[in-house]
Design a protein around this ligand. Structure first.
Ligand code: FE
Ligand code: FE
Ligand code: ZN
Length: 294
């Protein structure tokens, strides 16, 4: 059987077509999966689901061959549930995550990607405990079956969840382990210090420390910075320090064939790069100078 690569990108959701527009955008890139925010990434203001043309989008999905269970929602990145120095801000984060789970379920999606947050001077151990406590509070009041995928971060500033051990610790401390999984971002893991050129070794490590069944999403990005730089600046495929060969091998690794791979690479001259990037990954062939000629 021909391999069906589960590949897509971050897509936007704007007026007037909202979710219908997101699905159309994903299809236009040749995607077999995609990721979106249910509102602006940088704030928690959210339009009611009834205005977002969800049923229209889902109808188009049915005809498109995109498996709805491979569509990912990303939580707004202002959330910091790992610090409760300001209790009302922490409570607000818990409220926002709870609301995002409900919204994710409203799109019939099953996975919400969440940045673990920042310790802001309290240190990793305290922050990890605080996050696990926050997640338990979320799950205690949540009636959905949506899983939270904790994203691996690169270690810039006071980020937590920067290596497999820290992610495993968050899950270990939670009383709702069945609701937790992981999003592995290639730019972040490389920027933290992992060598992705032997991805099977990375997966072995992941399996030993977290368990491979917890891997729910891969963010497939090249990095503008060398391994260990702790910078988090994404680059287009083949133009960064990870390189096309390694990223292509990750995309086609049979151990992650049923995991959606999502591109979050930068726009080129205000145009989305995803159609050519997806095409290269599907063919397994890097096109020399594709970016210069884009
Ligand atoms: Fe993210
Ligand atoms: Fe990411
Ligand atoms: Zn990033």
């Amino acid at each position: 059987m021909e391999e069906k690569l589960l590949i897509g990108s971050h897509v936007s959701m704007n007026a007037p077509e909202f979710y219908l527009g997101s699905v159309k955008e994903a299809i236009s890139y040749g995607s077999t999966a995609f990721m979106f925010y249910t509102g602006a990434p940088q704030n928690s203001y959210r339009k009611p689901l009834s205005e977002l043309k969800i049923q229209e989008g889902r109808k188009l999905l049915l005809d498109s061959g995109i498996d709805e269970s491979k569509i990912i929602v990303h939580a707004p990145y202002i959330i910091n549930a790992a610090n409760k120095n300001k209790p009302d801000l922490w409570e607000m984060s818990i409220k926002t995550i709870t609301s995002e789970l409900k919204r994710t379920a409203g799109f019939n999606c099953k996975t919400l990607v969440l940045h673990p947050g920042n310790h802001v001077g309290n240190g990793f151990d305290v922050a990890i405990e605080t996050l696990a406590e926050a997640l338990d509070k979320v799950f205690e009041q949540d009636g959905t079956d949506v899983k939270i995928a904790l994203e691996t971060m690169c270690g810039k500033g006071t980020e937590i969840g920067i290596n497999f051990e820290q992610i495993a610790k968050i899950i270990e401390l939670s009383h709702h382990k069945d609701r937790l999984g992981v999003c592995l971002d290639t730019c972040h893991t490389s920027d933290y210090g992992y060598d992705l050129s032997d991805f099977d070794a990375i997966l072995d490590d992941f399996d030993k420390i977290i368990g491979l069944d917890r891997l729910l999403v891969i963010h497939l990005n090249d990095s503008k910075n060398p391994r260990g730089a702790h910078k988090d600046r994404h680059e287009n495929l083949g133009y960064g320090f990870i390189g096309f060969e390694t990223l292509n091998k990750i995309a086609h690794n049979p151990r992650v064939s049923n995991i959606p791979k999502i591109l979050e690479t930068p726009y080129i001259n205000e145009k989305p790069p995803y159609a050519p990037e997806i095409k290269m990954l599907k063919s397994g062939q890097f096109v020399e100078n594709w970016k210069e000629n884009f």
